[in-house]
Design a protein around this ligand. Structure first.
Ligand code: PMP
Length: 407
């Protein structure tokens, strides 16, 4: 028998794993998920739906599976032609954006890969990337791996309004890009057209990219609407858009995403993409091509379902003592910790207390801030609540809260 040798016991060589991995911290989301599972709590933390996609979407997978047995083989690394063509049609019809499938679109393994290859394609070590805080936690690991310098602008709670002057104030000759995410994870805010337009003008004036993470593009509420950065005048040269099927089609497991950029940037993106993943699963690329052809009524249904979930989460938060700000988009509420401060002195201990007292878990604010936020004087005393959950999950959570409140 050949036994797999665990980590060598000798400490002679201290550099057994790369230095660049040392500073990557394990996410508190994983720790909370483990704790939540151990206590059999209802997990309102993880940003994943706990339900299957719409039957219409599942049907496209079955059709894709039966469509072409050569989908077992690796596809064009740029992405299957049918998918890139479907994306060009979708952006054209939905957002009046004209794209060439061969020059501007690359299919990736989710937006996760899209973000990585986009940043790898345009940054050099030491370049500065402006990022609005709080932000999706993967960003900081990508910055670290690529050795780029994040320049943080902390948005004020609870309005999350961005004054474009703040961006102007941090521009330097090393500014390479602004990384934007609207609709936003974790705050649920949607940047106004006015702000986006001002950012677009600034980007062109000072020649930096806007890397626009638009994975929640179709999830907007109460009359708020998403505008892709690439559709603003002059931004075809400066916008790099990442998106995926994960949120808009409730299909986080398909791992299909894409990056849209000008031809020169796309060329560079494809060089990195070819050696990192060389493409995502052919069958799910084909399913995505078909899903993109769903009628506009699909998106109305999606938003209506999420409205109900948002209402249920709002009721739950009110039962816990919050007066929450309603998200304008995405599928998260972002609150402070105040009404639950009796459970703990900071965001992490409040989440642990929430699991103990109510049997529900969520994500501590610190996950969405720079690593040394406290030293920088930035508070992380916030909580992210995900409402991409079955109504029955949210109702059970409500029952548990009411039962605990009644004790
Ligand atoms: N960006 C944001 C803001 C996200 O919330 C996520 C997923 N949580 C991603 C990107 C990655 O999405 P994907 O599943 O397409 O890799």
């Amino acid at each position: 028998m050949f036994a797999y040798n665990e980590t060598p016991s000798s400490s002679v060589r201290l550099n057994l794993v790369a230095q660049r991995t040392h500073a990557i911290q394990q996410s508190a989301i994983c720790e909370m998920t483990r704790l939540s599972e151990a206590k059999q709590a209802i997990n309102l933390g993880e940003g994943l739906p706990d339900f299957a996609p719409d039957a219409l979407i599942q049907a496209q997978v079955m059709e894709a599976l039966q469509s072409d047995s050569l989908l077992h083989q690796q596809q064009n690394t740029w992405g299957r032609a049918s998918l890139r063509e479907a994306l060009a049609t979708w952006y054209g019809q939905r957002y009046q954006l004209t794209l060439d499938p061969d020059k501007h679109i690359t299919a990736t393994v989710g937006a996760s890969e899209g973000l990585y290859v986009a940043l790898a394609a345009v940054t050099n070590p030491g370049d500065e990337i402006i990022v609005l805080e709080p932000f999706f936690e993967s960003y900081k690991t990508i910055f670290h791996l690529l050795e780029v310098t994040p320049v943080y602008i902390t948005l004020p709670f609870p309005t999350f309004e961005l004054d474009v002057e703040q961006v102007k104030a941090v521009l330097t000759p090393r500014t390479k890009a602004l990384l934007l995410n609207t609709p936003n994870n974790p705050t649920g805010s949607v940047l106004s057209l006015e702000t986006l337009t001002a950012l677009a003008q600034l980007a062109q004036q000072h020649q930096f990219y806007i890397i626009s993470d638009e994975v929640y593009s179709e999830l907007t509420y109460d009359g708020h609407a998403h505008t892709p950065m690439a559709t603003l005048e002059g931004m075809d040269s400066w916008a790099i858009t990442t998106s995926s099927v994960s949120k808009n089609y409730s299909a986080t497991g398909w791992r299909v995403g894409w990056v849209i950029a000008n031809a020169t940037v796309t060329d560079a993106i494809r060089k990195v993409h070819d050696v990192t993943t060389a493409g995502t699963n052919g069958y799910f690329q084909e399913a995505t091509a078909r899903v993109l052809a769903l009628p506009p009524s699909y998106y109305d249904g999606l938003r209506a379902d999420y409205h109900h979930r948002r209402d249920a989460m709002e009721a739950l938060l009110r039962a816990l003592g919050f007066n929450p700000i309603r998200p304008q988009g995405a599928y998260y509420f972002w609150t402070d910790t105040e009404p639950l401060r009796h459970l703990g002195h900071d965001d992490l201990s409040v989440v642990k207390g929430l699991i103990e007292q109510y049997g529900i878990s969520n994500v501590p604010g610190r996950c969405f801030f720079r690593a040394n936020a406290a030293e920088a004087g930035v508070s992380t005393h916030y909580l992210r609540w995900c409402f991409a959950k079955k109504l029955s999950t949210l109702h059970t959570a409500m029952d548990w809260v009411q039962a605990s409140n009644g004790k």
